[in-house]
Design a protein around this ligand. Structure first.
Ligand code: SF4
Length: 476
């Protein structure tokens, strides 16, 4: 097999921490400061003025104006990016280089963490059916913030903040600060009451064995509070899997490397082991360049603390890890495979899922069609070990995660895929047809053939037609 030309050429890449001192705002920052979680949190970039101060005059005023316009008119998430993440943007370009702005525009991490107005799809920035809570999680709250969608597992949203805000965030309805264009839902209950109610629900619901402890990002909960919540979960006999969701393992690895957190995780992991519970960390990395030596060190620290696994749940995003045309004789899955190998070889993190980007407002320029996602899934098969080959999934509203090839029917002209489900949520308790129904999901309109785009243009002009035709399709 050696010497054969393959669509993807694997080669082992060494991880690299870009030199932050190339950025004018950080020329004097010492390694000790850089590795301090406190320093990182205190120096997050939250607005264009701070970005200008860090990046210096190499980043053009036109770029900053593009970013500001997006914040005013389109952004669903406010700007918040820790130095660790910012430093991975255009990692090999000096701030004084004339190509600096161009490199920032083209950069995968910039594209989803600092979206600019000119990135957005001009004709269809949002799908006609885009929704703030696109997965209807709040409708499935058993208690406020506890989504019970699948029969045996729940998602506990402990808090609505993160150390970093991603432009495509699915929970944009709840997570983060209000933006100029979008307010945020506020939890009605006080946090302590909510967390107590969640634990009470789980004690009374022994059919739930798997708890995703999330947010937001658990790295923003004071450690003692997180430890006491997870300790209480470990007391519940029926809970067998606990997954802590934290993008900060990549965005702010300094948090997971702090002495308080590693000591606390060691205590939790020891209890979990003694009780036969699987305690894992789920992180969210979308681009290979984000996997730096510090990220690998944080993952290693978690293994040394005794967690069972560190897994990655990324999001398929055009221009970030997908959606480029394939170079001649090569695969378009190159960036996705590079990311998976960086995670696996470099940091021991398991590539687990890639979600198709959900249909929130302003997401159309990032989203792939189902057909593109199916091609990607096929293209990555056979390169990674089977246990580390991620599943590409579509999170279908009212259904849940479905592998992209599980679609029941797919109308590629109208860009509507139809899915079925094999379990009920509490919402369908009284619906005898819940398990026979087909549930629709939609491709971005601007990627459809001309006939499909014309169909959607007509429907948007006459919204009642959309309702009629889609309720007909759904009921079939
Ligand atoms: S870390 Fe997760 S919850 Fe927080 S903004 Fe990003 S995608 Fe949303």
């Amino acid at each position: 097999m050696g010497g054969l030309q393959q669509p993807y050429e694997y080669r082992r890449r060494e991880l690299a921490e870009p030199d932050w001192r190339r950025l004018p705002g950080w020329t004097d920052v010492t390694p000790a400061e850089w590795e301090s979680a406190q320093w990182q949190r205190a120096h997050c970039v939250k607005n264009t003025r701070q970005l200008r101060d860090v990046a210096g005059p190499g980043l053009s005023e036109a770029f900053l104006a593009d970013l500001e316009r997006d914040q005013r008119e389109r952004a669903t998430m406010s700007m918040l990016i820790p130095p660790q993440m910012l430093n991975t943007i255009a990692p090999s370009v000096a701030a004084s280089d004339p190509s600096c702005t161009e490199a920032w525009y083209a950069d995968p991490v910039r594209r989803y963490m600092l979206p600019v107005f000119s990135d957005r799809q001009p004709l269809w920035p949002s799908h006609p059916y885009a929704q703030r809570d696109s997965l209807h999680e709040a409708e499935m709250w058993a208690v406020e913030g506890l989504t019970h969608r699948y029969p045996t597992k729940v998602l506990a949203e402990l808090l609505p903040t993160c150390p970093q805000y991603c432009g495509h965030c699915t929970r944009m309805d709840l997570v983060g600060n209000p933006t100029a264009a979008f307010g945020k839902h506020k939890f009605a209950m006080a946090r302590e009451d909510r967390l107590t109610a969640m634990l009470d629900y789980l004690r009374q619901t022994p059919g739930v064995r798997d708890v995703v402890v999330s947010g937001g990002d658990v790295a923003n909960l004071p450690w003692p509070r997180l430890e006491s919540f997870v300790s209480a979960l470990l007391e519940i006999e029926s809970v067998r899997d606990i997954r802590l969701a934290s993008k900060a393992l990549m965005g702010l690895p300094q948090h997971w490397l702090s002495a308080e957190v590693t000591a606390g995780m060691t205590r939790l992991a020891a209890t979990a082991r003694a009780r036969g519970v699987n305690l894992a960390i789920h992180t969210h990395v979308n681009a290979a360049q984000s996997v730096t030596p510090l990220v690998a060190k944080a993952a290693r620290a978690m293994f040394e603390a005794g967690v069972r696994d560190v897994r990655n749940q990324g999001v398929l995003l055009r221009g970030v890890n997908a959606g480029w045309p394939a170079p001649a004789g090569k695969t378009s899955a190159g960036p996705l495979l590079d990311l998976c190998f960086a995670l696996l070889d470099g940091a021991g993190i398991m590539p687990y899922y890639f979600y198709m980007c959900d249909m929130i407002p302003g997401a159309e320029h990032w989203r792939l069609t189902l057909g593109e996602a199916q091609q990607l899934q096929s293209a990555i098969m056979g390169y990674l070990p089977g246990f580390a080959t991620p599943r590409l999934v579509c999170d279908v509203p009212y259904v849940g995660k479905r592998w992209v090839h599980q679609v029941a029917r797919y109308d590629t002209t109208l860009g509507i895929s139809y899915w079925t489900k094999n379990y009920r949520t509490g919402l369908e308790a009284a619906d005898p047809l819940a398990l026979e129904r087909e549930y629709p999901c939609y491709d971005p309109v601007h990627l459809l053939p001309a006939a499909g785009q014309a169909w959607w243009r007509d429907r948007v002009r006459q919204p009642e037609l959309v309702e009629l035709s889609l309720s007909h399709d759904t009921a079939q």
